[in-house]
Design a binder for this molecule. Sequence first.
Ligand code: 3PG
Length: 411
Amino acid sequence: LQDLLAEGVAGRHVLVRSDLNVPLDGDRVTDDGRVRASLPVISALAGAGARVIVMAHLGRPKGAPDPKYSIAPAAARLAELADAPVTVATDVVGTDAHTKAAALTDGQVLVLENVRFDPRETSKDDDERAAFAADLASLTGQDKGQNTGAYVDDAFGAVHRRHASVAEIAAVLPAYQGDLVKAEIDVLRRLTENPDRPYVVVLGGSKVSDKLAVIDSLLGKADVLLIGGGMVFTFLAARGAKVGASLLEQDQLDAVRGYLDRAERTGVRIVLPTDIVVAEKFDRDAAHEVVPADAMESSRFGSTGIGLDIGPESARAFAEEIVKARTVFWNGPAGVFEFDAFAGGTRAIASALAAATADGALTVVGGGDSAAAVRTLGFDDDAFSHISTGGGASLEYLEGKDLPGVTALER
Ligand code: 3PG
């Protein structure tokens, strides 16, 4: 970004890809972390006189306009927080977007409607994505012979997507990396290159299948893996436990057994909970009790009980590992933190990370649900070294995968 600012942006149309994919309750943004994280680059450009056009997605609409996925609430939050005037287009590359883009004056910001309303954004066809990228670039006046447009990729949360506004656009306009993407990658690099030890990784969330690749790569790097969340029941079942009606991915049992064996051979400690909060049903007010993890069906709900959190003994054990660590990466809540009765494990993990941070450890909260969890539970962002804006993106970085949004800029 500094290179672009040094070139001078006054009077130029600059397309910025931001990640404004925020959780909503109706029209209300329930966690504006990604909007806040996007502001510095947008403000720096607008402050330097650029005519800023923000491209972003929200949710996963099916390639057509759908009011449920309108960018409007996220854009409204951006308008509240930004120190520049912000307008919103009602389409992506249609008449409204073109009219409003052409009318921008120096220092003004236009947010396009959800880029995923156009099926070419996420198309598997390279030519379709390239055509959409050209349409987006035309908003800078490029098609009218104005060659002053530029593109800034600041959407760390989407760098792992091979989408037109993330990847192909970099081939059409002079492309620059935004400060958020740079900062995120700088922190994540510290986790992969020589982390201070012990290096403890806490994994949760619902699906093992989402985490297999990262577990695979962490087995060679982390010292301790603490496993909670819905995914833990596949681990417990792989060790022979009966898990009642808890989440269980039968088709991942063999993969999980393989990881447990490999962890033993490589000296990585995989720590599973020893107790579980089992509930009668998936409900905020469900009756529940704490039972040993290897005897979950001994609860009064028998084989229909559902594990919704790690138990207090496990939370203490996880916290002890975390406070001893010098480097911690956490992705995925330990339980259904949205329901008070099942937030204990996630809260204990967040508190332990905060204590480790205060003690000088590098603590990174992976984005998505874990970022929402720490904020919902009332933790300040600065209680941790870094809260990533990218859930899937940070995992794919740690897996060592090619990130289209990064390689497109390198190219
Ligand atoms: C995210 O929420 O992780 C990013 O915004 C990417 O969204 P996606 O998983 O729908 O591509």
